[in-house]
Design a protein around this ligand. Structure first.
Ligand SMILES: *Cc1c(COP(=O)(O)O)cnc(C)c1O
Length: 430
């Protein structure tokens, strides 16, 4: 299958090129030229399939021309090797825990899949690739872990100084090896802008082979559709319409869900749940899209004022606002509401929500018809990743997974940098 730029349908490339480039040369995002319709028999058989098996079946439609089936199978088995349980919280409400991977966030799914695809291509052409990733927290560690120690690949992570949690920062800055962390004096949007500029810089791109690992990379987006099929399969026997609430920042997670629906997965509707950075809920309410400067919140992985996947959502729905509103509701909540519901759910269900999952839970409760529908909200991070907030809110110690514990004691190594493109470019060239 070919992938074209959301800015220009005529600009189409192979999966390999789309993955290595990350962003299209005209600044657009790569998008599949057609969405495969999956067989009814596949949908029917979903309850019997593991996440890795689903991954293989779905991805071969997209990647089959570029990666041979046996390799693709290996990539799926290796990347999708951690549990993704659906935990029952209340009647008809499930928490879909996608944080049991090595960095304790859902981004492990996309990052692990992508790193294995890229490493397959790098091995094939014996070329050195530098991955640039701007992160508001979780992307960085998932990407860094996905690529740690992989030959021919260097990873440069840009994160906003002082705007990620301590655990997140430790996860980004303690790996060493082929991973470098740049601590930028600015916001997440500033980090993202530096990365975007680097990709559009012809001179720099002649000098080195750059690739992105943000949610803009198509090799991160595609695998994020797999778990929606998995959730459907696990809940199918309840025979109820499914509504899924997705805590959203750059909207890669949600876009992948909308793509799964378009490929034939029977999800009744989605909820775009977010914090006070509510550009998309506002778009859904008014039909007008206006990017904004991001505002800091306790669910900081969603502090995004110019969500990069908006263009893909528009491509998917051909900019048809009424149609997108049929499939998608928007919901936005402030930090007080988020904290309050974290407290409430802990008290009533003895379940610890992280701030992002809490926002998704709020969105689900707002939009679900709990009598007749089955609701799922996505828990995108382990609560221990946001330890300070979570422990203060629920007034209880949170158990830290062993892996997170070990990185807390390692020494931080980062390179501090002003938010200045020339400095960044000089660093990359050096
Ligand atoms: C990245 C992230 C999100 C937002 O995901 P998008 O795909 O960018 O919308 C939500 N929660 C957590 C914990 C994240 O790390």
């Amino acid at each position: 299958m070919k992938f074209y730029s959301t800015n220009d349908r005529k600009l189409s490339v192979s999966f390999k090129e789309a993955v290595v480039k990350g962003l299209a040369p005209d600044g657009g995002l790569f998008y599949p030229e057609s969405l495969p319709q999956l067989d009814k028999s596949f949908i029917k058989n979903l309850p019997n399939l593991s996440l890795a098996e689903i991954g293989f079946e779905v991805s071969k439609h997209f990647l089959g021309d570029d990666i041979p089936a046996d390799k693709l199978k290996e990539i799926c088995d290796d990347a999708l090797n951690f549990p993704t349980p659906l935990v029952s919280l209340e009647p008809n409400v499930y928490s879909f825990e996608l944080f049991h991977g090595p960095s304790c966030a859902f981004k492990d799914v996309g990052a692990r899949f992508m790193s294995r695809c890229l490493s397959y291509f790098a091995k094939e052409s014996d070329e050195k690739i530098t991955i640039l990733a701007a992160t508001s927290g979780d992307t960085g560690s998932a990407v860094a872990h996905g690529f740690l120690g992989i030959k021919n690949i260097d990873v440069v992570i840009l994160y906003p100084s002082g705007k990620v949690s301590q655990i997140q920062e430790q996860q980004l800055t303690t790996l060493g090896n082929n991973i470098t962390a740049l601590e930028i004096d600015g916001s997440f949007d500033d980090c993202q802008a530096l990365v975007k500029k680097a990709f559009q810089d012809d001179e720099l791109n002649k000098h080195m082979k750059l690739s992105s690992a943000n949610s803009i990379n198509i090799a991160r987006l595609i695998p994020q559709s797999f778990y929606y099929f998995y959730a459907y399969g696990q809940l199918k026997k309840q025979n109820k319409d499914l509504v899924i609430s997705v805590p959203s920042g750059n909207y890669g997670n949600l876009t992948a869900g909308l793509i799964a629906k378009q490929m034939g997965l029977p999800i009744k509707r989605f909820i775009a749940s977010t914090n006070v950075n509510k550009v998309i809920p506002d778009y859904l309410a008014t039909g007008k899209y206006e990017s904004k400067a991001s505002i800091q919140s306790i669910s900081n992985a969603m502090d995004v004022g110019a969500p990069s996947n908006f263009d893909r959502m528009m491509t998917l729905y051909q900019e048809n606002h009424p149609r997108i509103c049929e499939d998608l509701k928007g919901a936005s909540f402030n930090d007080d509401q988020t904290k309050k519901v974290m407290k409430k759910v802990y008290k009533e269900s003895n379940y610890i929500l992280d701030p992002h999952g809490a926002v998704a839970y709020l969105g689900l409760k707002k939009e679900l018809d709990a009598e007749n529908e089955l609701g799922v909200f996505i828990e995108t991070a382990h609560p221990a990743k946001f330890l300070d907030v979570v422990e203060e809110v629920i007034n209880t110690k949170v158990e830290i997974p062993d892996y997170l514990k070990s990185c807390l004691t390692k020494e931080k190594t980062s390179i501090k940098m002003a938010c200045n493109y020339q400095d960044f470019k000089n660093y990359l060239k050096s």
